[in-house]
Design a protein around this ligand. Structure first.
Ligand code: FES
Ligand code: FES
Length: 183
């Protein structure tokens, strides 16, 4: 039963060790912010941060994730205040939003290493597919997030932190055992 840390919480998955991390997160841990797009490593919708690296969770088994520190979109910030989240909103770099969690995680991993990325750095670090075509705005958003991280700018266009109670599951990492879930 592979053990790992997910969003700062110790987790032990009572699942086949070859289960992709994506399914363990979504189906066992109730962390459905990580999206299933293609399941074969092409789209990036399933990106999570593993020990500081943005990785496609559909390509990692939970055996391979054993002992590692996983951050999902639910754990990136408690109030959606991460600079990448704020900049994505401010630059309107979201259309349908399905690709967005994976893009945000790849962007957050990039900004943590390089807070002043070039367009090329961004294109290399965020290979995610977005069928709605937010790419030009995405580059603007990530560079803006970098300026916020470097304290050269603040973002006022993003909504104030604060989430309605109905949306609380998105605020707090919602690891819930299947047996405890309400049907
Ligand atoms: S679902 Fe993992 S890369 Fe598409
Ligand atoms: S915003 Fe729709 S797929 Fe990217």
């Amino acid at each position: 039963m592979p053990r790992m840390t997910v969003n700062d919480q110790p987790v032990e998955f009572d699942m086949d060790a070859e289960t992709p991390l994506l399914w363990a997160l979504r189906d066992a841990a109730n962390l459905t912010g990580t999206k299933y797009g293609c399941g074969v490593g092409d789209c990036g919708a399933c990106m999570v941060i593993v020990d500081g690296e943005a990785l496609r969770s559909c390509l990692i088994t939970i055996a391979e994730a054993e002992g590692r520190f996983i951050t999902t979109i639910e754990g990136l910030s408690r109030d959606r205040s991460h600079p990448v989240q704020q900049a994505m909103v401010a630059e309107q770099a979201i259309q349908c939003g399905f690709c967005t969690p994976g893009i945000v995680m790849a962007g957050a991993a990039l900004i943590a290493k390089n807070a002043d990325p070039s367009k090329r750095d961004i294109e290399e670090a965020i290979p995610n597919l977005c069928r709605c075509g937010v790419y030009p705005r995405l580059v603007n958003a990530i560079q803006r997030a970098g300026r916020v991280t470097r304290r050269q700018e603040t973002i006022s266009a993003a909504p104030a932190p604060g989430i309605s109670s109905e949306d609380a599951a998105a605020e707090v990492p919602a690891i819930v055992a299947p047996s405890e879930r309400e049907e």
